[in-house]
Design a protein around this ligand. Structure first.
Ligand SMILES: CSC[C@H]1O[C@H](OP(=O)(O)O)[C@H](O)[C@@H]1O
Length: 363
């Protein structure tokens, strides 16, 4: 997508042909700063610290990190050790393991001197695949928004509520939950987005930055406002991204998603989840008991980061020093609360039967 008129992806190969460049998402939306990552340890730190974040994007960046590890040492031992190290950086988004496994499979049968080159080529293919996948998610999601628009009086916007950031900055490009919104806006449809701030890391500020940069009307709201907006008929549809969808349609996503799904169910509002194939984990059935939920530092809860009154960006405490804090970073929405899934292959129900029909090769 564009930043000040210049098209970007959220990760790209540096001119040196071996490092990658990303935007430091801990500095967004206050500053647009590029970071150069030149080895697997720098990649691991960027993922752990959420300098780079978003399920599909951490997969793509992790893939390049493994390629960098192979440049240093192309042995299978180092391949497996580095893949394990990178995979441990964040446990919930299955895209990271999916991408690392894809790199391992792509290089394993090459002679050592060819492995790094093959890994870089596969990482580039993962990025290109993600861009095209998300574009298609946008097309299929656009049809859904058109169906809603057709039922509304002319000039009334389709009102979408979204949680966290599943936009272009969370993927290689286009985003997942935001992809249909961008395509609807670009097609001239009246759309308005309720943007959940998404405590504690406030990824909603990234969504607001993305939508504002693209000229999409939106309103920034607290996480706790969503239920009220739905009760008062101010939401037509909820569309969120996801970090892992199980074979029976359970959805792991940013903490607070489950509460939005409950409110949507209680108010008969469609709750849709946008996902690329790399987010589907057919090896897991029961999301609540089988998906690992990342526990992040309590400091992310007791302090919040933003632009300081006297300028600059910094953190301020929002809880007493004496108070312990807990920080589960994701939750699981059971399939029974999900109206449907928007994928690159079309829309389907949140069920094993529907997912198996859409992805027979994964069964
Ligand atoms: C298309 S991004 C999917 C998913 O990833 C985000 O998590 P995080 O910001 O912690 O990396 C969020 O849960 C998004 O919905």
């Amino acid at each position: 997508m564009k930043i000040n008129g210049t098209p970007y992806r959220s990760v790209w190969l540096d001119a040196d042909g071996r490092s990658i460049r990303i935007f430091d998402q801990t500095r967004l939306p206050w500053a647009v700063e590029e970071l150069v990552l030149s080895d697997e340890e720098a990649v691991a730190h960027a993922i752990r610290s959420m300098q780079v974040r978003g399920a599909p994007l951490i997969g793509a960046v992790g893939a390049y990190g493994l390629a960098m590890a192979l440049r240093r040492d192309p042995s299978i031992e180092n391949l497996e050790r580095s893949a394990a190290m990178l995979n441990e950086t964040r446990p919930t988004a299955v895209n990271l393991k999916w991408a690392l496994d894809r790199i391992c499979a792509a290089v394993r049968n090459h002679p050592p001197e060819r492995r790094a080159e093959a890994a870089y080529a596969e990482a580039a293919a993962i990025c290109d695949d993600d861009v095209e996948t998300n574009r298609k998610i946008g097309e299929h999601g656009l049809e859904l928004l058109k169906e809603i628009a057709a039922r509304k009086p002319p000039g009334e916007p389709v009102r979408v509520l979204t949680h966290c950031n599943a936009g272009w900055i969370a993927t290689v490009d286009y985003g997942t939950a935001l992809s249909p919104i961008y395509q609807a806006h670009d097609a001239g449809m009246d759309v308005h987005v309720w943007v959940d701030e998404t405590r504690p890391r406030n990824q909603g500020a990234l969504t607001a930055w993305e939508l504002g940069s693209h000229g999409v009307p939106h309103t920034f709201v607290t996480d706790n406002a969503g239920g009220h907006l739905m009760q008062h008929g101010m939401v037509d549809i909820v569309i969120v991204g996801t970090d892992r969808v199980t074979r029976n349609g359970d959805v792991a996503n940013k903490i607070g998603t489950y509460l939005k799904a409950l409110a949507a169910k209680d108010n008969d509002i469609p709750f849709w989840v946008a996902l690329p194939h790399s987010t589907l984990d057919m090896s897991v059935r029961d999301g609540l008991t089988e998906i690992p939920i990342e526990e992040r530092s309590s400091a992310e809860v007791t302090a919040t980061t933003g632009r300081l009154p006297k300028g600059g960006v910094g953190a301020i405490r929002v809880a007493p020093e004496s108070s312990p804090a807990a920080n589960p970073a994701f939750d699981v929405t059971p399939a029974r609360l999900v109206t449907g899934l928007i994928t690159e292959r079309g829309r389907c129900g949140a069920s094993e039967e529907a997912l198996s029909a859409l992805y027979p090769e994964k069964v």
